[in-house]
Write a protein that binds this ligand. Structure first.
Ligand code: HEM
Length: 178
């Protein structure tokens, strides 16, 4: 079985996205500085160090999208379902850009860095700014919830293709065989 580069990119981004989501959710909803002290700081750091990588990966993904033919959706899908699938994918691309961007703005405006894989930091584009923080913090949190729902929809759609419609859509993201 030959694995295509786009499949590696897809599953790598999926793993990072889900890990970032779970860690962010855990820190935001189950940890507090009062009760957990520096452990909360370490968990947020882990969230950021993982999630910032998506900025680089989504740029590669968008470049790939415009330099390679788009896989055809099955003819058995109605034009409406094809349109919905297309809109869903656009929304996912949007989220994969908007979440890391609002996350970085959230960190910077709170006076913290945006580190990548514990190796380097993304250069600060804004200084500590409470007014901006009051906007980007809730924005990041609401977007993360919307993205979580979108991801669940994406997974359910993939499972429907595989188990109900029995077409090649999920298989095409797992193996190179149709
Ligand atoms: C696709 C990427 C990302 C996803 C899926 C994501 C997801 C989340 C989620 C689910 C939360 C918890 C929301 C809640 O309180 O209910 C959160 C919080 C947070 N995120 Fe992100 N995030 C991403 C990228 C980033 C980036 C790149 C940064 C900064 C460099 C960042 C910084 C933060 C911070 C500081 C919090 C608050 C944590 C806390 O209050 O304990 N996020 N994120």
């Amino acid at each position: 079985m030959r694995i295509k580069r786009i499949q590696v990119l897809h599953w790598l981004m999926a793993i990072i996205f889900i890990a970032a989501w779970i860690i962010g959710f855990y820190s935001g909803n189950f940890l507090s500085y009062e009760a957990d002290g520096s452990f909360k700081g370490d968990v947020i750091k882990l969230h950021k160090n993982i999630a910032t990588t998506l900025i680089f990966l989504i740029v590669i993904r968008i470049f790939w999208r415009y330099t390679h033919p788009v896989p055809k959706l099955p003819d058995t899908m109605s034009p409406l379902m094809q349109k919905l699938a297309h809109l869903g994918h656009l929304a996912l691309y949007f989220m994969l850009l908007a979440l890391p961007i609002t996350g970085c703005l959230f960190s910077w405006s709170a006076g913290h860095p945006a580190p990548v894989l514990y190796l380097f930091e993304i250069p600060r584009m804004v200084q500590a700014n409470p007014e901006l923080l009051a906007i980007v913090k809730p924005l990041h949190i609401y977007l993360s919830w919307a993205a979580g729902l979108l991801l669940i929809g994406h997974v359910l759609a993939a499972l429907k293709h595989h188990f109900i419609d029995r077409d090649h859509v999920l298989k095409s993201m797992i193996s190179s065989d149709k």
